[in-house]
Write a protein that binds this ligand. Structure first.
Ligand SMILES: Nc1nc2c(ncn2[C@@H]2O[C@H](COP(=O)(O)OP(=O)(O)O)[C@@H](O)[C@H]2O)c(=O)[nH]1
Ligand SMILES: [Mg+2]
Length: 244
């Protein structure tokens, strides 16, 4: 690889993704053979972590971070971003493990980082969309995005999705201290911290499709926790109290 080729890490957080993980990893490596992959698994009881270990044994591009138990999506993604910062990557992309974020969009997310510090795989710009998601989830997502835009004034249409690329050099300038979020509101909180650090934020359209196998880990309790966290973060930002 030439010294100018950026080193890219794709981070996948998994909790009970036994059927999805292997085909996803193989497809990522076929559309983007230059990337490394980090799977952060929270001791999934269905054996996802062992599948990740086998994939890592078979291919040196695959790495696994085992955590002791279900510690939340936000902290899993943060662990991936930190891993990228500590291991000399130039770009890091986070995506879900359930095929809602299709690897076919990876090249556009990665290429967008030539001109942006943060690149969002976006459902809510022209060309993007959502397929097969229950109407209740679509309405929830629309409401959360509207609420976040009002509270945090983020210059992006899709602030809640987890398909994101970041410039690692830029992430080093972002203040991650005292994050409020452990779960799904991590997406909004990190985007806000990035904006406070002066991020150029771009979006590229994706079609988000409902998961292929397994069930969502979002439950009413997680929803309430995230909305409460978003409210706390939004109010803190209105008063200029988010660390920058
Ligand atoms: N490591 C880890 N991954 C998680 C956790 N919660 C959710 N995930 C993963 O985060 C991604 C999104 O979760 P999902 O249940 O599909 O949420 P939804 O798409 O909003 O319904 C999936 O890859 C999950 O396996 C967690 O606590 N820890
Ligand atoms: Mg999902």
């Amino acid at each position: 690889m030439s010294p100018t080729t950026p080193r890219v890490l794709v981070c996948i957080a998994t909790y009970k993704e036994r059927e999805n993980l292997e085909p996803l990893v193989r497809e990522i490596l076929s559309v983007a053979p230059q990337v490394d992959i980090l799977v952060t698994d929270d001791n999934s009881p269905d054996g996802t972590g062992q599948i990740a270990d086998r994939l890592a044994q078979e291919d040196p591009r695959v790495h696994v971070n085992h955590r002791a138990g279900k510690l939340g999506l936000g902290t899993a993604i943060l662990a991936g971003l930190r891993y990228a910062m500590e291991h000399g990557y130039d770009r890091v992309v986070s995506m879900d493990a359930d095929y809602s974020h299709h690897p076919r969009y990876l090249p556009a997310v990665i290429a967008g980082l030539d001109k942006h510090d943060v690149m969002i795989g976006s459902r809510y710009i022209p060309g993007g969309g959502v397929a097969n998601w229950p109407l209740s989830r679509q309405m929830m997502s629309a409401a959360i995005n509207a609420y976040v835009r009002l509270l945090m004034r983020l210059p992006a249409r899709d602030t809640s999705g987890g398909f994101r690329g970041y410039s690692v050099a830029f992430l080093r300038r972002v203040n991650f201290k005292n994050l409020i979020s452990r779960g799904y509101s991590f997406q909004q909180e990190v985007l806000l911290r990035c904006r406070l650090a002066g991020a150029r934020i771009g979006e590229t359209p994706i079609l988000f499709e409902d998961r292929r196998f397994g069930t969502t880990k979002v439950n009413p309790w997680e929803m309430i926790r995230s909305i409460w966290a978003i409210t706390r973060i939004g109010v803190a930002s209105l008063f200029g109290n988010v660390p920058r």
